[in-house]
Design a protein around this ligand. Structure first.
Ligand SMILES: CC(C)(COP(=O)(O)OP(=O)(O)OC[C@H]1O[C@@H](n2cnc3c(N)ncnc32)[C@H](O)[C@@H]1OP(=O)(O)O)[C@@H](O)C(=O)NCCC(=O)NCCS
Length: 167
């Protein structure tokens, strides 16, 4: 399982201007799977078995954050896990293209880091494609820094960066 991501910004959103202020954060629900799965396919270019989301979120439900619009439909999510004692890890993180650059990602990351602090974690890690400049810039603003180069980390052979932030 890798935090895969598109490497280029892609075309601009074509849908109507989203009602960004109406986005709320909440926990993951089983009914979210079809929409989250669609965001993963579009943003991360991966398809996972629908059962994977609930099983990954089961160990630490507070680490699985969903940003939902006014009709409670997911427009973004951050799936965080804790596989190393004292550390959180961002496993999947994506916002629907039509909702990007409006602060939804920041709200998800702010809330996730806060939950990590509350749980007493001292560090949060993630992996990102070396070509994913937008995400790397986003993470750098959150004081994540590159700690390792992961050679041929992705299935298509692309290198990844391991990034981490101390809390
Ligand atoms: C990375 C990602 C999750 C960020 O989500 P987002 O909702 O766009 O994040 P934000 O809106 O909080 O911040 C993104 C940018 O918008 C800017 N922004 C935020 N609110 C804004 C506003 N009201 N007006 C203008 N710009 C704004 C931020 O300053 C930030 O600028 P930057 O691009 O220079 O870093 C999103 O780009 C995405 O889903 N990418 C594809 C999947 C991906 O790469 N995931 C990471 C895998 S490791």
């Amino acid at each position: 399982m890798r935090c895969i991501a598109e490497s280029t910004p892609g075309p601009p959103a074509t849908s109507a201007e989203p009602e960004r202020a109406s986005v709320t954060l909440r926990g993951f629900r089983a009914a979210d799977v079809p929409r989250i799965s669609a965001i993963v396919v579009e943003s991360l270019h991966e398809y996972y078995d629908p059962s994977l989301y609930a099983s990954l979120g089961a160990e630490w439900p507070e680490g699985f954050l969903v940003a939902a619009d006014r009709s409670d439909t997911p427009v973004g999510f951050l799936l965080g896990v804790s596989q190393v004692t004292g550390e959180g890890r961002v496993l999947m993180f994506a916002v629907d293209r039509a909702w990007r650059q409006g602060g939804v990602g920041a709200r998800l990351m702010d809330s996730f880091l806060e939950r990590c602090r509350t749980r007493g974690f001292r560090r949060v890690t993630l992996e990102v494609r070396v070509s994913n400049a937008r995400a790397i810039r986003f993470y750098t603003r959150y004081r994540y820094s590159v700690t390792d180069l992961l050679r041929a980390y992705y299935s298509d052979g692309e290198n990844g960066y391991h990034m981490a932030v101390d809390l």
